[in-house]
Write a protein that binds this ligand. Structure first.
Ligand code: KIV
Length: 269
């Protein structure tokens, strides 16, 4: 296993943008450690998201709120040091990007210590995104269900069901793109809204519980491998069912995303 990826062979944000233009779906999974990073990379998963979902699936917390920048930098380095081809995105965790300068200091840690290629942040933090992009930090937005706000929201629920909320999410997506975001994750929104946003934006839109018409799909690795005691969310699928191995399950997911066989209507809202 190599400690430093050969960046010449790694996918870039331009490659992902070209995939969208060409109508090639983008496959993405979360990853938190070197062993899975190598496996996912070798199968050909395009984007590895070092998600703050690690708070739940690695640390056993009941939300992403306890995750720290130290945690993210550590896990991101484990993943980025092992993957060769995949584009590595890391979450800025809860309360680590309230102000532009705080966001920059924490994004720098994820990029310098964690070797992330892009940072992801939740919500329409337009000024923060613009500032980070101006400083050379590639940013992925995240709209719809915002897990870091679970205590304010009172639970994990589908967002954007009514017209006013849907319009607000579309407007925020456009503002994030204008501020320089290079990718957008849309979580738990109606498939029709996700389709409109994917068609409206030039940047790639990666969906999770957002229907099949997004430019790519992401799932939490442990959910799709059916690991863990918690209930699997409706938008996920157990890819271990019928698979010969973990590698086979990941390959089936990759293939299902690339051919738009996943998600089905039963995984969408
Ligand atoms: O933390 C995470 O895993 C995420 C995905 C759910 C998109 O942000």
């Amino acid at each position: 296993m190599k400690l430093y990826a050969d960046t010449a062979k790694s996918l870039t944000i331009s490659d992902l943008a070209a995939m969208k233009r060409n109508g090639d779906k983008i496959s993405c999974l979360t990853a938190y450690d070197a062993s899975f990073a190598v496996l996912l990379d070798q199968v050909g998963i395009d984007v590895l998201l070092v998600g703050d979902s690690l708070g739940m699936v690695i640390q056993g917390a009941n939300s992403t709120v306890p995750v720290t920048v130290d945690d993210m930098a550590y896990h991101c380095r484990c993943v980025a040091g092992a993957a060769q081809r995949a584009f590595i995105v890391a979450d800025l965790p809860f309360a680590s990007y309230a102000e532009p300068t705080q966001a920059l200091a924490n994004a720098a840690r994820l990029m310098q210590q964690g070797m992330a290629r892009m940072v992801k942040l939740e919500g329409a933090k337009i000024d923060v995104v613009r500032f980070l992009v101006d400083q050379g930090v590639p940013v992925c937005g995240h709209l719809g269900l915002l897990p870091q706000s679970v205590n304010r929201l009172g639970g994990y629920r589908v967002q954007g069901r009514d017209a006013a909320q849907a319009e607000a999410i579309l407007r925020e997506a456009q503002q994030l793109e204008q501020a320089g975001a290079g990718l957008l994750v849309l979580e738990c929104v109606p498939a029709s809204l996700a389709r409109t946003i994917s068609q409206t934006l030039a940047i790639p839109v990666i969906g999770i519980g957002a229907g099949v018409d997004c430019d790519g799909q992401v799932l939490v690795l442990y959910d799709m491998l059916n690991i863990g005691a918690g209930n699997r969310p409706r938008f996920s699928r157990n890819f271990m069912a019928g698979a010969a191995s973990i590698e086979d399950a990941v390959a089936r997911y990759h293939q299902a995303v690339k051919t738009a066989q996943f998600p089905g209507l039963e995984h969408s809202y």
